[in-house]
Write a protein that binds this ligand. Structure first.
Ligand SMILES: *Cc1c(COP(=O)(O)O)cnc(C)c1O
Length: 436
């Protein structure tokens, strides 16, 4: 398997190059050169299979020629060491709960897989790998936890000065060791831009091995395809009359990594009829779906803060999947955006009706699916974070006070003093080049 750049100017690259560099030298994002279709027979007994078994089959279909089968199996089993239950919410709607990993958000899946793939390609005595990650909330904790104490790797977490909850910040500032938090005096898009600038900076590239752990890294995306197949398998198990091929999947969208993974899963043969994209008021993507015009915007703060993204980095991958054809995109995707009040209203409604507590991101996807689903259709929405990660928003909407869990209790013991810098490349470079 080789990978091409969406900008089309860099040569194709191997998985190792792609994982170790993040972004293509021409500034494009890497995509798998072909998307193999899984044989139909796989779907005959998929409902009997575990998440690891399903993930292993999908992983070998994509990466079987790059990583030895036994090792790939181990990587996949280590990645999926937690439950991903599918819960029935309405008669026609299910929640796929992706938040039972160590940092209680779906990003654990991509981060754990990426950490293991990087270890796979790192040999003793190799130059240290420096992993950069910009976070709007959940990536930082997931990536830092996934890489914490991995030999030969340093992690730099760039986060905006405002917008993260205390718990989200603790998840990476409290680790120390090989994890270095950097506070950026700017918003998430500034953090993301800085990471991109660092990659195309010649001097940095010469002096150190840097890669990205954001969803621009293809190894964050690939494992996210796996749980779409698992969600479908549980759907078959749950439904007396599943009507294969008619299920609709709704995805809460920020940087569009999760949605890109879903679309790739569909290309691999996952029998879904279409996708629903859900935005908060940072709706440059759903506006593009509905109006055909893409205008990046300055992000505004919402209660679904992990989706406060004004210029989603995976937009170019989505265009690439559809050959830039807006009409085709509309046939597969519908898009909705909701205000904080609407998101809260859905959280409250579901809680009052049947006691189910949703986090604001999952609730955004729920609301979009509820709006979009036609009579006779069934749907799954991705519940991307545990409600206890957003105690304030959940409490305001439902009156439920979240129990303190393991992660909220971790105390802040800032092992490295956290530098606070202007969103400029020279300031970042100084830190990267002197971190010890
Ligand atoms: C990151 C995140 C999202 C957005 O996912 P993308 O892949 O960036 O579109 C949604 N919900 C939660 C809880 C997140 O952490």
């Amino acid at each position: 398997m080789q990978f091409y750049s969406t900008n089309g100017l860099s040569p194709n690259a191997s998985l190792e190059e792609v994982v170790m560099t993040g972004l293509a030298p021409d500034g494009g994002l890497y995509m798998p050169e072909r998307i193999p279709v899984i044989p139909r027979a796989f779907f005959n007994n998929i409902s009997e299979m575990s998440v690891s078994d399903i993930a292993y089959i999908v992983a070998t279909t994509v990466l079987g020629d790059v990583i030895d089968a036994a090792e790939l199996k181990q990587i996949v089993f280590d990645t999926f060491s937690f439950e991903i239950p599918l819960r029935k919410i309405d008669s026609d709607i299910y929640a796929l709960e992706l938040f039972h990993g160590p940092t209680l958000a779906f990003k654990d899946v991509g981060a754990r897989f990426l950490a293991r793939i990087i270890s796979h390609f790192t040999r003793p005595g190799d130059k240290e790998v420096n992993v950069l990650v910009a976070t709007s909330g959940d990536s930082g904790g997931a990536v830092a936890t996934g890489f914490h104490k991995v030999p030969g790797v340093k992690v730099f977490v760039l986060y905006p000065e405002r917008g993260l909850t205390a718990m989200q910040r603790n998840q990476f500032t409290s680790l120390g060791d090989n994890v270095y938090p950097i506070e950026i005096m700017g918003n998430f898009d500034d953090c993301q831009r800085l990471v991109k600038e660092a990659f195309v900076d010649k001097r940095l590239r010469e002096e150190m091995n840097i890669t990205s752990a954001n969803s621009i890294n293809v190894c964050r995306l690939l494992p996210q395809m796996f749980y779409y197949f698992y969600g479908y398998s549980q759907f078959l198990r749950n439904e007396d009359n599943p009507n294969p091929g008619k299920v609709v999947i709704s995805v809460p969208c920020g940087n569009l990594g999760n949605l890109t993974a879903g679309l790739l899963a569909m290309r691999m043969g996952l029998p879904v009829s279409r996708f629903v994209a859900a935005n908060n008021t940072n709706n440059s993507f759903t506006r593009y779906i509905n109006e055909g015009i893409y205008e990046p915007m300055k992000p505004v703060r919402t209660i679904a803060c992990a989706m406060d993204v004004g210029n989603p980095s995976n937009f170019s991958r989505i265009l690439d999947i559809f050959g830039g054809d807006h009409e085709k995109i509309r046939q597969t995707l519908s898009g909705y955006s909701f205000t904080d009040e609407e998101i809260s209203e859905s959280m409250r409604e579901i809680y009052q009706r049947d006691g189910y507590v949703m986090d604001p991101h999952g609730a955004t996807a729920y609301r979009a699916l509820r709006r979009d689903l036609k009579p006779g259709e069934k749907g799954i929405f991705l519940a991307t974070a545990h409600p206890s990660k957003f105690p304030h928003a959940v409490g305001q909407a439902t009156g439920v006070r979240q129990k303190e869990n393991q992660v909220t209790r971790s105390r802040v013991t800032e092992h490295h003093p956290t530098p606070r810098i202007t969103p400029s490349l020279p300031a970042l470079k100084k830190i990267l080049l002197t971190a010890t």
